[in-house]
Ligand binder design. Structure first.
Ligand SMILES: [Zn+2]
Ligand SMILES: [Zn+2]
Ligand SMILES: [Zn+2]
Length: 353
């Protein structure tokens, strides 16, 4: 714990630059660096929140859209909480909480489609792009905030906050159907990629259930920081779960990540992430014609800039204060940035569970 004191504000493994100063490791994995992971989650939570609460909420309708992958073989079903009624698993057993190590493990590893699953993870971003375009073709005002989460079986799963102008806002079922039925053609192997049958869209109002939805997303961001399916299992994995993920990892190492890829020689990290190439969280960006997800134009780049400016301001403030109070436009700009940064901190604090 003590080593945490050496880094910039709590980073446990800061890098030393040639200039001699330390910079954050920037990890988003909590077990690697709690401080940087928390910063990552907080930054994204602030961006997520800013697209719901920083605009004129009454003009929009919001949806929480969930999209899943298709089946690549049957897996054990284990309840998530004590209260939930146990359902009979495909293996014939009625699993209990203590069987959590079996969650997501194939009933029959010999016939499980590992190659298909890692290829799906690889192509999931192309598929989402298809769904996104389809939705935008129908509802022009749409903006997104997207969290990709790992399911126990080692496949991606999408939670999307969708914002549409009230004037053209559809029934949630129509939105769900439009997103779920999109298909893409893999750029790597030409195969058809589609979503699984489990999909859901719930509508909410920012002046109604919005805070609850943001809380839910912040929770999803917790999973995000665990980074891999293995870590997402919280180390409670059984030997069978471990064997399952090892088989997936092998499949991901053997697949082509792009058309030119020679798997044995390829250095792309896609091969180490069960095929996934996407950033875990993303939001639609501001362009000349679109407002983007965040009403205030908040991005991670901006957050980083503000943080750096704040750190610099603080470093300069100490000696300056001993002399005379500083004046001039530069000082004004610096203070404005400090104030803005403080607002971001407040926004972050407000959404963390
Ligand atoms: Zn760190
Ligand atoms: Zn079972
Ligand atoms: Zn490759």
């Amino acid at each position: 714990m003590e080593q945490g004191q050496t880094g910039p504000s709590g980073c446990v493994r800061p890098y030393k630059r040639k200039s001699g100063d330390f910079v954050r490791c920037g990890s988003r994995v909590r077990s690697t660096c709690p401080s940087c992971a928390e910063l990552y989650r907080g930054d994204w939570a602030a961006i997520g929140r800013s697209g719901v609460f920083d605009g004129r909420a009454e003009r929009y309708r919001f949806y929480l859209l969930t999209l899943t992958a298709p089946s690549f073989g049957r897996v054990h079903r284990v309840p998530r909480s004590k209260g939930s009624r146990p359902k009979r698993c495909g293996c014939g057993a009625l699993h209990e909480l203590r069987d959590a190590g079996l969650r997501g493990v194939p009933l029959d590893p010999a016939t499980y489609d590992y190659a298909g699953q890692v290829a799906w993870n690889r192509d999931a971003s192309v598929l989402w792009d298809r769904s996104r375009r389809r939705i935008r073709d129908r509802w022009e005002s749409v903006e997104f905030f997207l969290v990709r989460e790992w399911q126990d079986r080692g496949v991606l799963h999408l939670h999307v906050l969708v914002r549409i102008d009230r004037s053209e806002a559809p029934d949630p079922r129509v939105l769900c159907q439009a997103a779920r039925t999109a298909e893409a053609v893999s750029r790597v192997d030409g195969g058809v990629v589609g979503w699984g049958p489990q999909a859901d869209a719930k509508a909410f109002r920012a002046d109604g259930g919005g805070a609850k939805t943001i809380w839910y997303l912040s929770k999803a961001l917790n999973y995000v920081m665990k980074d891999t399916a293995w870590a997402a299992m919280g180390g409670r994995g059984s030997n069978l779960a471990w064997a399952h993920l090892a088989a997936l990892a092998r499949a991901a190492r053997g697949m082509r990540c792009c058309r030119e890829c020679v798997p044995e020689e390829c250095a792309s990290r896609v091969h180490d992430r069960y095929g996934s190439r996407s950033h875990v969280v993303s939001a639609s960006r501001r362009t000349r014609n679109r407002i983007g997800w965040s009403f205030t134009g908040l991005t991670r780049g901006l957050q980083r800039q503000l943080r750096a400016a704040w750190a610099e301001a603080r470093a300069q403030a100490a000696p300056a204060a001993e002399r005379a109070p500083a004046h001039g436009p530069q000082e004004g700009a610096r203070l404005a940035r400090v104030v803005l940064l403080r607002r971001i901190h407040v926004a972050r604090a407000a959404v963390l569970p």
